[in-house]
Design a binder for this molecule. Structure first.
Ligand SMILES: *Cc1c(COP(=O)(O)O)cnc(C)c1O
Length: 384
């Protein structure tokens, strides 16, 4: 893209309703947010447990900064790896029941690094068609043969695995799909990974804190195996920022030596790592919040079931309201905004063509009555 082409390209995006714009929050994250001086009821964050502005977590960050300063000042392999990071990694590994864990600056960085550390030219990756963009980017960057299978289609995956002669194979999936809220069949995927001697890489960005009493998708299914590589982010339900990878000790040791976004990136502020322990305690104690989320999700699904907007079988905080056309989705999002609801319209290429939708993200901070009012308003606007 040349400089002189940018303006026309942006106008093209406008014309096709695909220009992205950022809302600038004037409040902390929460069920109620302020944008341009207006208050909105927000169904648009990944702060599923409502921890992003939790007083105990805020205090932990402040105390961490008092103890450790503001910046880490170096990458982990130089002098950026503090006791705060070390203890956070140990606590995270214990929390998800794995031998060891490694902190990353973001889930995106973790996905790039782990996949490229495990597979390369001549190897093969097998990825669900609805995987998050960061997993796809990791697969492309690895230069391994990149096979994408139809969403949750175990038969097609098995055919691809059986036909592959690659020395190292890696299956990569989202545990909870970020645009539909449905889940990967992890026990069956692990069985295939065992049968075909493959790694199973599980991106649990949306399950950590929510599923398995907060311990994530592997705990939900009681899964454990040396060939399982677990990644979860700390910026969603955990209320902080960053991510971690957990697995066997050998795997983590290999990543310390090979994971490029770990090696060539400044460590996160130690204060953030120092707050991880508090976040884990809050997640552990959030049984009531998870119960509220389940209730809200079931209510949302029941209300949309049988309508043409239903997105299927999500029991998670991600509830899609399928529209189809981009312009219609944008109009609906705008109409909701005028009524005081912030619900994002998700358009291609984030979702398939003709799959534009409003993505309702539930939070334990939402009241049942607030969800009911939102759904009333959405159905009414969508029909008008
Ligand atoms: C958000 C997300 C990521 C990226 O994590 P960040 O920490 O925000 O970079 C990766 N995978 C999935 C499925 C996600 O939803």
């Amino acid at each position: 893209m040349r400089l002189q082409d940018l303006s026309a390209a942006l106008l093209d995006l406008d014309a096709s309703h695909r220009r992205r714009q950022r809302a600038c929050l004037e409040s902390p994250q929460g069920a109620e947010i302020v944008v341009d001086g207006e208050e909105y009821l927000s169904f648009a964050s990944n702060d599923y447990l409502g921890l992003a502005d939790h007083p105990s977590l805020v205090r932990a960050l402040q105390q961490g900064a008092d103890r450790w300063g503001a910046g880490s000042g170096a990458s982990h392999l130089l002098t950026g790896h503090s006791q705060a990071h070390q203890q956070a990694e140990e606590a995270l590994a214990r929390f998800v029941g794995r031998e060891a864990a490694l902190l990353f600056g973001s889930g995106y960085a973790a996905n790039l690094a782990v996949i490229t550390s495990l597979v390369g030219r001549g190897d093969a990756v097998f990825a669900d068609k609805l995987n998050h963009a960061s997993l796809n980017d990791g697969c492309l960057l690895s230069r391994a043969d990149f096979h994408r299978f139809r969403h949750n289609d175990l038969n097609q995956l098995e055919q691809l695995l059986a036909a592959s002669g690659a020395r190292t194979k890696l299956i990569a999936v989202d545990a909870v799909y970020s645009m539909d809220g449905d889940e990967a069949p992890l026990p069956e995927l692990l069985a295939l990974a065992e049968r075909y001697d493959a790694w199973l890489y599980v991106d649990d960005a949306h399950g950590f804190g929510v599923l398995g009493q907060g311990r994530g998708a592997l705990a939900e299914h009681d899964l454990s195996s040396e060939r399982l590589v677990y990644m979860a982010t700390l910026g969603k339900a955990a209320g902080l920022a960053g991510a971690f990878v957990a697995g066997g000790r050998l795997l983590i040791e290999w990543l310390v030596n090979r994971a490029r976004t770990y090696i060539f990136s400044t460590a996160q502020p130690p204060a953030l790592a120092a707050a991880v322990g508090v976040s884990l305690r809050l997640i552990e104690e959030a049984g009531d919040r998870r119960e509220r989320l389940r209730l809200l999700a079931a209510r949302c699904r029941a209300r949309l079931d049988g309508t043409r907007y239903s997105g299927g079988a999500s029991r998670t905080p991600i509830q899609p309201f399928i529209i189809g056309g981009d312009a219609h989705a944008m109009r609906l999002a705008q109409g909701l905004r005028e009524q005081g609801y912030w619900v994002p319209a998700i358009r291609p290429p984030t979702v398939p063509e003709n799959g534009a939708r409003l993505r309702i993200s539930l939070s334990a901070q939402h009241e049942v009555s607030q969800l009911d009012a939102l759904l009333d308003c959405m159905l009414q606007l969508a029909e008008s």
